[in-house]
Design a protein around this ligand. Structure first.
Ligand code: KG4
Ligand code: ZN
Length: 350
């Protein structure tokens, strides 16, 4: 199995890691949260500039902490899609430079494939086929994982990603950025049954609801209306109850869909990936529902749920081990369907 140095810069974390298959030699994450906080969200130009400033020290630290020399590293990887183009360019250009300098193969990695591979770091015996619930700031999908690089999208959000809904609701409640962890913390003090909110079902033309797709913009609007009407009453806003009710609704909605999908499609294992996989209510709802149905559910450990380079290195190690590598003229893409990851690779000797 290949040992890979990987770089992740798709959004607001500058990260580098050295991983061999499922073993993490080192994983360094330099967070930009404090820099973007005053703006209430990620400012793309600020993110790219900060990646440039922290890149060298982050990579150097990952290599130093791994205790390995370049002769023991088989390839250099970087997230190349999807994400903020300027940010992705910093990571991919660094990886290309190192690959050329040390004569190593380059492996471009799809960010969401990285989130799927985070669970391999948690459970090394994990093997496809399995169902993955991907819940991040930019994506919400149900993905059938057939093999390394072989994916099928079975369900998705029709509008906002779930992490985006967390961030928007948090802003509405005055909780700041990033919203997900803030809502998660506050919800522990609130009553999840305090307010009934819509789960975001998608009606089908012939009647009934889409079994796997969801919508979160209606839920977000319902929270907005609720806060407006409570404010109009003049009483202090019960923000812990609103946060808990919102989070409960999201967890129930996602759990219902992923369990139904696993049972319909015959998957015995469910893997959860992306920043929202860190959410307390989702973890407890889905674990309880899965054990009731005799399904195995895997959540990555907390620091591997949010963006990191260990998961990117793990995916790259799997690709490199079966002979996949990327051309040196590989570009970055703000959008790329996970079903198209094999477009990043060529086989044979680099
Ligand atoms: O995967 P990620 O780090 O970046 C993307 O690929 O988008 O996910 C970030 C998202 C943000 O929207 C953040 O608010 C959300 O994950 N998030 C959470 C929690 N931790 C992070 N959402 C709910 N509960 C959490 N504990
Ligand atoms: Zn992510």
């Amino acid at each position: 199995m290949a040992t890979v140095l990987a770089i992740e810069t798709s959004c607001d974390e500058t990260a580098a890691a050295v991983v061999k298959k499922h073993h993490i030699f080192s994983s360094v994450v330099s967070s930009q949260i404090a820099i973007h906080q005053p703006y209430g969200g990620v400012v793309p130009e600020v993110a790219s500039r900060r990646h440039v400033e922290t890149m060298n020290e982050t990579v150097a630290e990952a290599i130093a902490q791994s205790g390995l020399g370049w002769s023991e590293i088989d390839g250099v990887a970087a997230t190349c899609a999807p994400g903020l183009v300027g940010s992705l360019l910093v990571g991919l250009t660094t990886a290309k430079t190192l690959a050329m300098l040390y004569d190593k193969p380059l492996i471009g990695v799809h960010h969401l494939e990285g989130h799927i591979y985070a669970s391999y770091l948690e459970q090394p015996d994990l093997a496809p086929p399995f169902l993955c619930l991907l819940v991040s700031g930019g994506h919400t999908s149900l993905i059938a994982v057939r093999d390394c690089g072989q994916y099928e999208t079975l369900g998705q959000t029709r509008d906002d990603a779930v992490g985006e809904a967390f961030d928007k609701v948090a802003r509405l409640l005055g909780l700041g950025y990033p919203g997900g962890p803030a809502i998660d913390r506050l919800a522990r003090e609130g009553n999840p049954q305090a307010f009934a909110l819509p789960e975001g079902n998608i009606s089908l033309p012939g009647g009934g609801y889409h079994p796997y797709d969801t919508s979160f913009s209606g839920l977000k609007t319902a929270v907005l209306r609720l806060t407006e009407s409570l404010k109009a009453e003049g009483a202090p806003l019960p923000i812990a109850d609103i946060a808990a009710s919102f989070q409960e609704t999201v967890a129930r909605s996602l759990t219902r869909r992923v369990i139904r999908c696993a049972l319909d499609q015959g998957f015995a294992t469910i893997v959860v990936g992306g920043g929202v996989a860190a959410n307390g209510a989702l973890r407890s709802h889905l674990s309880a529902a899965a054990s009731e149905k005799g399904l195995r559910v895997i959540f990555p450990r907390m620091d591997l749920c949010t963006d990191n380079a260990a998961m990117i290195a793990c995916a790259a190690s799997a690709h490199l081990s079966v002979g996949h590598h990327s051309p040196l003229d590989l570009g970055v893409k703000s959008r790329l369907a996970i079903t198209d990851v094999m477009s990043l690779y060529q086989s044979g000797h680099p």
